[in-house]
Design a protein around this ligand. Structure first.
Ligand code: NDP
Length: 285
C-alpha cells in the first residue's frame, strides 16, 4: 500500500484574499471621507500580547485601516478600562474596538467586553456577540473561531453531518467554534480538561479542532486515519512557535492538518481587518 501523506491546510492564500477585499473596500470608504478606524485597547506588559497587537496594527495599515493602540498600562483599573470603552463606543470616527488580553490581574475579560458596542465588536468578545451568532443574527463572531470555519470551507472540507471533536471550550475559541459548526450542521462534541478519555472522543471524529494551549497534546493515537485536523494552538516554546498537535507524529495519519505558524493565525488577523471594514461600511450606511 502507498504511504499516506498529510495535506497542509495553509491559511496564507485565504488570508491574502480576505485582505485584498478589505483593502478595496477600505479605499472606497477613505475616498468617501470615512477611512475605517480600529482601536486596540491594551492594559498589559505581556510581551507576546504586545507583539500580537503590533502585528495587527501593521496589517491594518497595509490595508488602509487607521489603527490606534490605546495603552492604559498594566495596572489600569476596571473603571478606567470601562470608561475608555464607553468613550470609543460614542466616538463616531471609531468603527472597530478590540480589548486585548491579558487584562490586569482580577479583571474578567468578558466582564469588560460586555461594554463594547456589538456594532464595533470586531473580535466578537462581547458575550452578546456570541449570542447573536448562535441565534443566526448579524454580529461579529470571534475572529479565531470564524477563521477555523473559513479555513475548512476554503479547503473544501464538508461540514454538514460530519462528526467534530472540539478540544477546548474557552469563550474566545472552543465554544464559538462549536456554535459555528453546529450552525453548519456538524455534530460537535466539546472536550476540555476534565473530559474522561479524550482519545475516545477524538479518535472517532472526522474533524478534530484543537485549542488548548498545551503543546503537542494531540498525537497519532488521538486520530482516526484520514481525519482533518485544525490546530489553533500557538505556543512559544524553546523550539519556537508550536501548536497543540504533534505535527511530526500525526504525519501520514491525519488526512489534512493546518500548519503552525501559517494556518489559523493569518486568517484570524485578516478577518479582524475585514470585520472592521464591514463595521465602517455599516456605520456609514
Ligand atoms: P484557554 O486557556 O482559555 O482555554 C484552553 C482550553 O483547553 C480550556 O477549555 C481547557 O479546559 C482546555 N484544556 C486544557 N488542557 C487540556 C487537556 N489536557 N485536555 C483537554 N482540554 C484541555 O485558551 P484559548 O482558548 O484562549 O487558546 C487556546 C490556544 O489557542 C492557545 O495556544 C492560544 O495561544 C491559541 N490561540 C490562537 C489564536 C490564533 O488566532 N491562532 C487566537 C487565540 C488563541 P478547561 O475549560 O477545563 O480549563
Amino acid at each position: 500500500t502507498e504511504p499516506r501523506t498529510t495535506t497542509a491546510l495553509t491559511g496564507r492564500p485565504l488570508a491574502e484574499g480576505i485582505r485584498r477585499d478589505a483593502r478595496e473596500r477600505a479605499a472606497a470608504l477613505a475616498a468617501a471621507g470615512t477611512p475605517p478606524r480600529l482601536v486596540v485597547v491594551t492594559a498589559t506588559d505581556d510581551g507576546s500580547a504586545l507583539w500580537y497587537v503590533r502585528s495587527i496594527a501593521k496589517a491594518a495599515a497595509a490595508v488602509g485601516i487607521d489603527c490606534d493602540v490605546r495603552d492604559l498600562g498594566p495596572s489600569a483599573s476596571r473603571a478606567r478600562i470601562r470608561d475608555t470603552l464607553r468613550d470609543l463606543n460614542r466616538d463616531p470616527r471609531v468603527h472597530g474596538i478590540i480589548l486585548q488580553t491579558p487584562l490586569p490581574e482580577g479583571l474578567s475579560p468578558a466582564g469588560l467586553a460586555v461594554e463594547i458596542d456589538p456594532a464595533k465588536d470586531v473580535d466578537g468578545a462581547n458575550p452578546a456577540s456570541l449570542g447573536r451568532c448562535a441565534a443566526g443574527l448579524p454580529g461579529f463572531a470571534p475572529a479565531t473561531a470564524e477563521a477555523v470555519v473559513r479555513l475548512l470551507d476554503h479547503h473544501g472540507v464538508e461540514l454538514a453531518g460530519r462528526d467534530v471533536a472540539m478540544v477546548g471550550r474557552s469563550l474566545v475559541v472552543g465554544t464559538p467554534v462549536a456554535l459555528l459548526l453546529l450552525e453548519r450542521d456538524a455534530t460537535v462534541t466539546v472536550c476540555h480538561s476534565l473530559t474522561a478519555e479524550l482519545r475516545d472522543r477524538t479518535s472517532t471524529a472526522d474533524i478534530v479542532v484543537v485549542a488548548t494551549g498545551v503543546p503537542h497534546l494531540i498525537g497519532a493515537d488521538h486520530l482516526r486515519e484520514g481525519a482533518v485536523v485544525v490546530d489553533v494552538g500557538t505556543n512559544a516554546t524553546d523550539d519556537g512557535l508550536t501548536g497543540d498537535v504533534d505535527a511530526d507524529a500525526v504525519e501520514g495519519v491525519a488526512g489534512a492538518l493546518t500548519p503552525v505558524p501559517g494556518g489559523v493565525g493569518p486568517v484570524t488577523t485578516a478577518l479582524l481587518l475585514s470585520h472592521t471594514v464591514r463595521a465602517a461600511d455599516r456605520a456609514t450606511g
